[in-house]
Design a protein around this ligand. Structure first.
Ligand code: TPP
Ligand code: MG
Length: 645
């Protein structure tokens, strides 16, 4: 049943008022419409506008436009192979499949939040390099689903707060989602909602191209982010399915499709673009060529050309690691007994001044995550020259916007929150991994070692959950030296995201050497056994010092024992088998980690022993908790002795 709202539109579902065929539209529609700045000859041109199809299920819109505007790599053959293996025209837009695809979308709301990050990156790079090099806009098409998702609130609220005025969202306000009319579940006043965030909003007839064009022109003039609620009919012109959820995802069917095409005056065979029309579209694809060439000339003369190109290419500055090497040498000499979150802050103090594209932030836990660096100002609505972002309590929006910043290029974003809240960011972390983006999350308070905040804040399953995300590097360093090494690896890792799981509590240092980055192989022998190994204690993070205490006791009792630190399972798994065997050894293997044992079988085999958590934690001082849950050197010693008999 069509809803009252539906009937209130000026179309009826059965007989939509169909505009004349698009190629016969009046002249303004064929003029050099300047809204989207791009050049099909170079879809990665850094100063292009970014277009994000947040409603990723409409992927064919993007593919068809890439094809029509003359982009290489999206020919009619690719279009024919829509949703087939190895086609760049995948079910949802996939970053990396075609250079004209700015981001992977499909999980609703992510694209919108990516776009907020892109728009923020644009403002920040404009502040750094000037308007002559960086002056572009970000455009989004989002649907009801994107705006229903919670992440849209976080992202839009932030965009409003920061007044990202070069961001425009076209909301495909068709009042339909998969289950049916949006009245089933969605009665927000979306315009009021966005206005309350500080956006400029307008309602537009989405089928009136002239009205849309004038709204877009307006959007480029206002100094706020803009939401245009474009009232549309899904499946426009399909005789029985227009305006219904039936046209959302399944093919219309031959008869319905034929009727829809003929109603629009389209009488051409499938996959054929009629003569004259392709030329016009290709001309649109070339329209930005002059602007791009003028930009290239400006770049060639720009005093910051080399620096701009370096940052945009994702290459680190030549001497980026020198301050970190100095820190590592000092750490080896001083052997500070500090929490790994504090060690992380020291690493950042070495890295951030040396790597100008690093942009930090925290989801309202700056003082706990230790993500700030003295002298680095925060970004504010009026001043984008800062390099630190107060994301507010918006973990999901933060992680997705960081993806957008990394995708934009020229920025290496790092953030902070508690490890347990990785779950609030998980969909965005997963997409960063899928898109191979360098995004770094500083996740502190990484176990029951955080103490009194109790089980809601104590991650137990989180490490296992992160380690199973393909292409995500999970680092859990065990002392200040390992923390500096893991930071080095995360910053160097250009083709994927990293998380650093860091302790709240102080850690007894064990590393005295500072030459080779020993974490680079993911795992290594910290202390070899004094004789032929009878046991190998394998630990990560705060449990490495504990393993060393246990080793000392076992050695004193005549049981030669080695200790292995395993700060990154992913890097260790990538080593050759002989190295892994040599590190893990043939003796009894004991895994120690203040988390659930899920996944540890991989290193321990069926005969190994795991000492860690069996369930949720509790609220108490950290030392009491380690004792209560049996994660102590004594427990390790007892378990080894019992097994060895
Ligand atoms: C996070 C997430 N949840 C669910 C889905 C499955 N899904 C795909 S499209 C869609 C409905 C979207 O409705 P709308 O955005 O209004 O798109 P329209 O049908 O109007 O094109 C849903 C639930 C998804 N892609 N992402
Ligand atoms: Mg919809």
């Amino acid at each position: 049943m069509p809803s009252a709202r539906w009937r209130s539109t000026r179309w009826s579902r059965r007989s939509p008022a169909i505009p004349a065929c698009p190629w016969a539209w009046p002249t303004w529609r064929r003029r050099s419409s300047p809204f989207l700045k791009f050049d099909a000859a170079d879809p990665r041109w850094p100063d292009r506008d970014r277009f994000v199809l947040s409603a990723g299920h409409g992927s064919m819109l993007l593919y068809a436009l890439l094809n029509l505007t003359g982009h290489a790599g999206m020919g009619i053959e690719e279009i024919r192979r829509f949703r087939q293996l190895h086609s760049p025209a995948a079910g949802h837009p996939e970053f990396g499949e075609h250079p004209g695809i700015e981001t992977t979308t499909g999980p609703l709301g992510q694209g919108l939040a990516n776009a907020v990050g892109m728009a923020l990156a644009e403002r920040m790079l404009a502040a750094r390099f000037g308007k002559s090099l960086v002056d572009h806009r970000t455009w989004v098409i989002a649907g009801d689903g994107c705006l229903q998702e919670g992440i849209s609130h976080e992202a839009a609220s932030l965009a409003g707060h920061l007044q990202l005025d070069k961001l425009t969202v076209l909301y495909d306000d068709n009042q339909i989602t998969i289950d049916g009319d949006t009245s089933l579940s969605f009665t927000d006043d979306t315009l009021k909602r966005f206005a309350a965030y500080g956006w400029a909003v307008r309602r537009v007839d989405g089928h009136d191209a002239e009205a849309v064009a004038s709204a877009l022109a307006w959007a480029t003039r206002v100094n706020k982010p803009v939401l245009l609620a474009c009232r549309t009919i899904i499946g426009f012109s399909a005789p029985t399915k227009a305006g219904t959820a039936g046209s959302h995802g399944s093919p219309l069917g031959a008869a319905e499709a034929a009727a829809a095409k003929s109603a629009m005056g389209w009488n051409h065979p499938a996959f054929e673009v009629p003569e004259g029309l392709r030329e016009r579209w290709e001309a649109a694809g070339k329209r930005g060529g002059g602007t791009r060439r003028a930009w290239l000339k400006r770049l060639a003369k720009h005093p910051m050309q080399a620096e701009f190109e370096r940052a945009l290419a994702g290459r680190l500055p030549e001497a980026w690691h020198e301050p970190l090497a100095a820190l590592r040498a000092k750490t080896a000499a001083d052997m500070p007994k500090i929490a790994s979150r504090i060690a992380s802050q020291r690493a950042l103090e070495a890295l951030v001044p040396a790597v100008p594209e690093m942009v930090g932030g925290s989801a309202d836990l700056t003082g706990s995550n230790n993500t700030n660096v003295k002298g680095i100002p925060a970004v504010t609505a009026g001043n984008f020259a800062g390099r630190y972002i107060h994301w507010g309590v918006r973990e999901h929006g933060m992680a997705a916007a960081m993806n957008g910043m990394a995708l934009h290029g020229g920025i290496i974003p790092y953030s902070g929150t508690f490890l347990v809240f990785a779950d609030y960011m998980r969909p965005a972390i997963r997409l960063a991994a899928l898109m191979r983006q360098r995004v770094i999350h500083v996740l502190t308070h990484d176990s029951i070692g955080l103490g009194e905040d109790g089980p809601t804040h104590q991650p137990v399953e989180t490490l296992a959950g992160l380690r199973c995300i393909p292409n995500l590097a999970v680092f859990r360093p065990g002392d200040a030296m390992e923390t500096a090494e893991c930071w080095e690896l995360a910053v160097k890792r250009a083709d994927g995201p990293s998380v650093l799981a860091l302790s709240r509590q102080n850690l007894t240092p064990f590393r005295t050497d500072s030459g080779e980055n020993r974490c680079a192989r993911g795992g290594y022998v910290v202390e070899e056994a004094s004789g032929e190994r009878r046991a190998t204690l394998i630990a990560t993070g705060s449990e490495v010092p504990l393993a060393l205490v246990a080793r000392a006791a076992l050695e004193a009792d005549g049981i030669p024992t080695a200790v292995v630190s395993l700060p990154s399972w992913e890097l260790f798994a990538a080593q050759d088998a002989s190295y892994r065997e040599q590190v893990l050894g043939d003796a009894l293997r004991v895994g120690i980690e203040a988390a659930v044992g899920f996944g540890w079988e991989r290193w321990l085999g069926p005969e190994g022993i795991f000492i860690g958590m069996g369930g949720f934690g509790a609220s108490a001082p950290a030392e009491d908790l380690f004792r209560h849950f049996g994660i102590t050197a004594d427990a390790v010693v007892a378990a080894v002795k019992k097994r060895l008999g």
